[in-house]
Design a protein around this ligand. Sequence first.
Ligand code: MYA
Length: 455
Amino acid sequence: MEPTEKESLNEPTAEGSSTTDTSAMPKDPSKDFSPENAKKMQELFAKMMKDNPETYKKFEEFKQMQPLLQPHAFWDTQPVQKVTETMGISEITPGPIEENKKNDISTEPIKLAEGFEWCKIDIHNEEQAKELHELLNKHYVESDGGTFKLDYPLDFLKWALCPPGYKPKWHIGVRATKTKKLCAFIAGIPLNLTIMGEEVKASSINFLCIHQKLRSKRLAPVLIKEVTRRINRTDVWQAIYTSATLIPKPFSDAVYYGRPLNYKKLVEVNFFKKDKSFNAKKKLYTLPDETETPGFRRIRKKEIKKVYPMLKEFLSEYKVAINFSPEEAVHYLNYRENVVYSYVVEDPETKEITDFISFYSLNSEVIGHDKHDTMNAAYCWYYCSTKTPLESLIKDATIMAKKEGFDIFQMLNIMENEEVVDELRFAKLKGTLHYYLFNYRLPNINPEDIGVSFV
Ligand code: MYA
């Protein structure tokens, strides 16, 4: 606080000075702006917050949401929840924010800036698939310091973008008219959700990417409007998406956990900092060579049929969950080398399938390292358990991931994941992933109420 302001604030009023001598009275702490008092007030506030974890949580949420109170030229025009709606001022009834009709949606593409044109990206066309792969590898998500860059192999992209019933028209590219170079992309993928018990036909949006040279030119809103238009033309009005960027307005925020599988390498690539306890930690993170649950083994394609009803039942418990069709379950959950790794527990006596767990593979390029080119990460995908405790299932998944050559097993604190992190020696990683719904009102929910995973 500036001294002038402090002095003027502490000045006795004309009225006060003429009637009472306040010099002997203790200062009103709310008007004492001395550094000592500020420190005291801070300590008092911290103690108050510690004594009231619920209030503290609300305060932290509020602090985090501060940027959302700023104007958002694009998002303020879209049917998404406003931050003020979920601050507990009024009750929220889950449901669509606006109702529309397909025929009111333009059949014409949104206008692009001069020098750019829309194009369809056919991932099954080798040339176009390579272009997309190159755009994403060069310009998609990288870690803070630029040390790691996610690497989406073509097989992975085909799997992620083309589930049964996928819409080729929702894989949208932007090219420079002159050079025909692909410089931006966004993908819509159909999916069904269950939100608070309601079945919602929706889409998920992923792989929004703009060439670094074209950033901050308001191209992202144009891509988002075009994918919205194309999706709306098929009579779908809701979408789910995640992003590390905070925009109006997440319905939940999840954090990442990582279980080192190859601790030495993770330290060498600087994913974990080396400290005095390196040897102790290396020992601590050692896993058994073989899985421990009797009957834990790789899934056979025909067994997805058996897992499907179990998984559907399991996911129906979550407030926001994916609602797989049988065909989607085969696509997303079957074992695919280098893409998805899926396992079941077969009861050794009854031969019944009782549990299921899967993870997907997503490696990062390690930039500028002389010994390592990639860091191989396994990401927890879907699971359901009827007999085996989740802790044992995830432990066996980490053992399999280690055997398959992964360096780390990562997961968000969605589903029941947080329950096992301490016991299985997961470390909290940096970063938050915000979960969003488009055109759907929903009170804030906890990550453990989410049953949708993203790649
Ligand atoms: S999340 C992955 C996002 N991609 C990356 O992080 C890759 C690297 N970054 C980039 O390529 C660019 O920085 C991007 C922004 C493309 C992200 N989600 O063009 P701009 C808003 C939504 O000048 P750029 C994923 O793929 C920003 O707040 N909006 O910005 C899910 C501002 O709006 P406003 C975002 O930096 C995507 C405006 O864009 C994001 O050059 C889900 C500025 O535009 C973001 N991640 O490009 C998309 N980042 O002024 C929404 C910035 O209002 C889908 N912005 O604050 C919605 C549902 C649509 C379908 C509905 C169907 C019913």
